[in-house]
Design a protein around this ligand. Structure first.
Ligand code: PLP
Length: 217
């Protein structure tokens, strides 16, 4: 099942990319694997998936180090919120962190990266829908946060967003794209099972796909 779903997804990604002049030349499919056990991860690995997204530091550390010994080219992305007290473990383990959304976290990450001499790629998460309870920096403050990251030496390469439920995602993806262009950031982490084709047409470089690959949770 997972190999079939993966080839359908890859086909849909290609079609979406061909359909738009804004599409990126290459799109990384990140398998959002929160809650998935070893069997599902192995099935995805055997089908050729090499990028995985985890939401929790502890869950990732419990699941991945063993598998990474057998699949050394796997990359694990943190796509869930990061508490400052988990920064040390996160920097030591993840290949990319998609959820930098405040200055204090950026400072802690920069310090820890220097200490460990390790530099996972960082994405600033933007709360494009300006939802009060949601993670991500408000669009009006993104400029200041990116400047702050750069001054602190944090390697920010892109932006990430999760559009509000029940709204058309395209305006949110377009906003993220224009913010990234404004700041010269090459990477856009946007698009999930329900809306990844729209995201790809608007220039996503990283899509985070859970249910359409692993089945309903
Ligand atoms: C779970 C999750 C996804 C994937 O969602 P699906 O709808 O299952 O594709 C993507 N991004 C984040 C941050 C997630 O938590």
């Amino acid at each position: 099942m997972i190999p079939d779903r993966l080839s359908i997804l890859q086909h849909r990604l290609q079609v979406a990319a061909c359909a738009s002049p804004l599409a990126s030349a290459s799109v990384t499919l990140i398998a959002a694997s929160k809650g998935q056990g070893e069997a599902a991860l192995e099935a995805a690995l055997n089908a050729g998936v090499r990028d995985f997204g985890e939401n929790r530091v502890q869950e990732a550390l419990a699941k991945w180090p063993g598998l990474q010994r057998r699949y050394p080219d796997v990359r694990v992305h943190l796509i869930g919120p990061l508490q400052t007290n988990k920064v040390r473990e996160a920097v030591g383990f993840f290949d990319a962190i998609h959820t930098v959304d405040r200055e204090r976290l950026a400072d802690a990450l920069a310090r820890e990266m220097q200490r460990q001499e390790r530099a996972p790629a960082c994405f600033v998460q933007v709360n494009t829908g300006e939802e009060p309870q949601k993670a991500g920096m408000m669009p009006a403050q993104v400029d200041a946060l990116i400047r702050h990251c750069r001054a602190a030496g944090l390697p920010v390469t892109g932006l990430m967003c999760i559009p509000p439920m029940g709204q058309l995602p395209a305006p949110h993806f377009a906003l993220l794209r224009s913010l990234a262009l404004l700041h010269g950031l090459p990477h856009l982490s946007m698009g999930m099972s329900e809306d990844f084709e729209t995201a790809v047409r608007l220039g996503a470089t990283h899509v985070r796909i859970g249910r359409a690959l692993f089945g309903e949770r």
